[in-house]
Write a protein that binds this ligand. Structure first.
Ligand code: ADP
Ligand code: MG
Length: 253
């Protein structure tokens, strides 16, 4: 889709866990070239929504469309293949492997099971192509100077950016990030925001699940606010920020 056209459409998505309605008929869109923030207090249903879009969980009812096709029943590896890349809420790097190896293996893992077996099966040319692509993504996110450092030796902010490089290696159109700014220092948050703006400039769309209001305020094109599984507000960040329902949700009523 070209800029401004719907890329991801979540239509009345619902997820129940036993008697608990974690996501209550939530709808929103991400248009091509946008950075959308999905925010709300703890337990609002943000991560569950994220997991529905990435195929980690499946809707109880409702539909999720990506590039005009239904994806709500697909497995996560199939969703990755169609162009949705993601990071995890908690860092999932292999700390004693290098930055380069982490991205190369992450890229190769997509659509595969049995990491070591599938890596061992690579021929020389495939391995070189994988390493070349991984190095390109590491340069793209600004971690080129750390290519051969152990991932575990990087600061938390750099590890988060490394996870983004790994997600980019699957060549996504839409990038989903779950609380990427959590636990980061002010400067690290700024570096992360700068990277996301740069990626947006390159045509990538981003759906950002975030608890931190300040981080999303100057970065996102629109916000979707959830509380108790329900979408309570949506719109431009400065409008949403002053919405009484949002203020109440964030201040705890
Ligand atoms: P958020 O990410 O906004 O903090 P979550 O999506 O993680 O919220 O959780 C929304 C609600 O769903 C919470 O009440 C949580 O306890 C519940 N929940 C999340 N995942 C599960 C699960 N796998 N089984 C049962 N309840 C869950
Ligand atoms: Mg969460």
């Amino acid at each position: 889709p070209s800029a401004g056209e719907p890329l991801l459409q979540v239509n009345a998505a619902r997820k129940e866990f036993g008697g608990l309605v974690a996501v209550n008929d939530v709808s929103f869109e991400v248009n091509a070239g946008e950075i959308i923030g999905l925010i709300g207090p703890n337990g609002a249903g943000k991560s569950t929504t994220f997991n529905l879009v990435t195929g980690v969980l499946h809707v109880t009812r409702g539909e999720i469309m990506f590039r005009g096709e239904r994806i709500e029943k697909l497995a996560s590896r199939e969703i990755v293949k169609r162009g949705i890349g993601r990071t995890f809420q908690h860092v999932r790097l292999m700390p004693t492997m290098t930055v380069l190896e982490n991205v190369a293996i992450g890229a190769h893992l997509r659509g595969h099971t049995g990491v070591w077996r599938s890596v061992a099966r690579l021929n020389k040319a495939e391995e070189e192509r994988l390493m070349f692509e991984a190095a390109r993504q590491i340069e793209r996110v600004g971690l080129g100077a750390h290519m051969y450092d152990e991932a575990g030796s990087l600061a938390l902010g750099q590890q988060r950016i490394l996870e983004i490089a790994r997600a980019l290696a699957s060549d996504p159109t839409l990038l989903l990030l779950d609380e990427p700014a959590a636990g980061l220092r002010y400067k690290e948050k700024q570096a992360l925001a700068d990277l996301l703006r740069k990626l947006k400039g390159e045509g990538l769309s981003v759906l950002l699940v975030e608890h931190d209001m300040d981080f999303v305020m100057n970065l996102t094109d629109r916000l979707v606010v959830m509380e108790f599984g329900t979408r309570i507000a949506h719109g431009l960040p400065h409008e949403v920020q002053n919405d009484p329902a949002v203020l109440e949700a964030y201040l705890g009523g």
